[in-house]
Design a protein. Sequence first.
Length: 423
Amino acid sequence: MRRPLLAGTLILTSLFSLPTSAGQGLPPPQAIASPAGPGSAQPQLTVSKRGVLLSWIERSGDLATLKFAERTATGWSAPRTIASGRNWFVNWADVPSALRLPSGAIIAHWLQKSAASTYAYDVRLSYSTDDGTTWSPSFTPHHDGTPTEHGFASIFPQAEGFGLIWLDGRNMKAEGHDGHGSGAMTVRYARFDPSTGPGAGTAFKQVEETEVDAKVCECCPTAAVATADGVIAAYRNRSDGEIRDNYVARLVNGKWSAPQPVFADNWTIAACPVNGPSLSANGNAVVMSWFTARNDQPNAFAAFSTDAGQTFSKPIRVDEAGTLGRVDIELLPDGSALAGWIEFTPLREDAVGGKPGSRAQFQVRRIERDGTRSAPVTVAGLAGSRSSGYPRIAIANGEAVFAWTESGDGGALQVRTAVARIQ
């Protein structure tokens, strides 16, 4: 089974300097009606020139349905269905997505079982060219045919089409006692270009597939974004000595660079912490956030880059007292960043829909390139468990959009949303 890190202690002092300035913080987020129905979870936010797109899964019995809605001037659009199935792999950390490309087409992905083994599943892709009214037959970016794990995909615009990275378990052997195989998990990349020629219409064809890294952590989410100088991918690496630090690789002129650590946390752990990095880019400006728990001290950090991810600044501490991680981060128009994470602290009174005494909170704060940080703002109280999943942030049209999973009475799940103006 997948084993998330259980933090036994909370860090009381920082490994790095923590200059704090009120600066231009964030006003209290305001709840807006969520387009997601009962039984919803696994939210994902993406941004295009049209604005913010929210996707999520709704479950009814063994039926899973992937839906999406787009942010409008008055709220969210009516939800539309992308796909549904009774043989999907639905997981709190391995989350589907939907992304609108510059062409207007929407690309979506979800996970579908390929065999009876617990972690035998495939990435399924589909696209729509009519704003989500109809969708293409689904297809996979991988063609190894093995009943192994293929998931944790990150999709990004690329030229006139799109690319994606994913965790690929084709080299892993038969499932062991922990639910995973004993071979090496890899990161792979595929690119899809628009089809051309008579009768092609608007469609996509796969033109490339290659390996990015030959040995990585088995079940941590990935991240990938396009910069002005190519694509940068981030993921949790795995060394032969079980060091599981966060690495980046860059796709420049059609070639992937050798993977490099963003920072040498040297976190040694013999199990997957199910805690991946987050990336945001604007031109050659990049920011990355990640979780680490070296010496049993669970913290979140962020670092900036001005050269499309070739080099990164000194890490900046993101959390306050200790964190579950599950980070997200977005660049702001002025070059600072809005970072999000799940914190262990008493719930603040400005939380949206929170309950006093909640053990974990979805918190955000503004971080400057020089390391100064605004005071943290609590978006919502969360369950301190897997059910809360990964809270999300998106920035568009002068506002921050937030999405998270609320766990109600009896374990009922509901995707909630809120917004805050960017000052």
